[in-house]
Design a binder for this molecule. Structure first.
Ligand code: DX5
Ligand code: ZN
Length: 215
């Protein structure tokens, strides 16, 4: 079954404990946490402290998406904060293999996120070591943007590449996902949907219905 990773970027942070509990009960698989540094992307969100707080109130997989540059100086802190998956943008650091090794050796999972301007084959040398590859279908930085159809081919290409080369990564998609764009991604072989504004567009009572509509 397709896994759903709601992005709390679009949630009401004043109610975050209640929101996360409702997501737990509504069939979400992961909690997607968007970390932005005002440098790799033109927006600032959270640091490792929010990951730490969330790890205390949920047993869901904490799917941490780093949109920061550089990456390496902060990796240990994100590992120690209770992240379960840490994904980063490989063009934002020159020590990608080392970063992935640090994450894997800590017993958690590493992921790569692919910016719309990045060619998937440029980072193939990392793919045998990662648990997930996130295809970005918006330019990272903000929730609520429009889905970029131009990026869908990367999902299919990663799907075919996995089959041909026996890789084991999951394919995730992030940005502009709603019930219609989810279908396009699923038809192209995606495994995980990271979803922000669509899930939080209505109240908590609607999470279950909206998550179901994505699947
Ligand atoms: C964008 C973030 C996304 C974002 C998704 O930079 O990485 O995870 O929160 O939000 P929506 O689903 O609203 O595009
Ligand atoms: Zn994200």
């Amino acid at each position: 079954m397709i896994k759903i990773s709601p992005s709390i970027l679009s949630a009401d942070l004043l109610k975050i404990e209640k929101v996360v509990k409702s997501l737990d009960e509504s069939g979400a698989d992961y909690i997607h946490i968007d970390i932005m540094d005002g440098h790799y992307v033109p927006n600032i969100t959270f640091g490792p402290n929010i990951v730490n707080s969330l790890s205390k109130i949920t047993s869901k997989i904490l799917d941490v998406h780093l949109m920061i540059k550089p990456v390496k100086p902060y990796i240990k802190e994100f590992i120690n904060s209770g992240s379960n998956i840490i994904s980063f943008h490989p063009e934002a650091d020159s020590n990608c293999e080392e970063i992935i090794n640090i994450i894997n050796q800590a017993g958690i999972k590493a992921g790569i996120a692919i910016h719309p301007d990045v060619n998937i084959m440029d980072f193939e040398y990392l793919y045998s070591k990662v648990h997930q590859i996130i295809v970005m279908t918006v330019v990272p930085g903000f929730g609520g943007q429009q889905f970029m159809n131009s990026q869908v081919k990367k999902i299919k290409d990663l799907y075919d590449l996995r089959k041909n080369k026996n890789y084991t990564y999951n394919i995730s998609v992030d940005g502009g996902i709603n019930d219609e764009t989810a279908k396009i991604c699923i038809d192209n072989g995606v495994d995980i949907l990271a979803v922000g504004s669509y899930i939080f567009s209505e109240g908590e009572q609607q999470y279950k219905k909206l998550i179901k509509s994505l699947r």
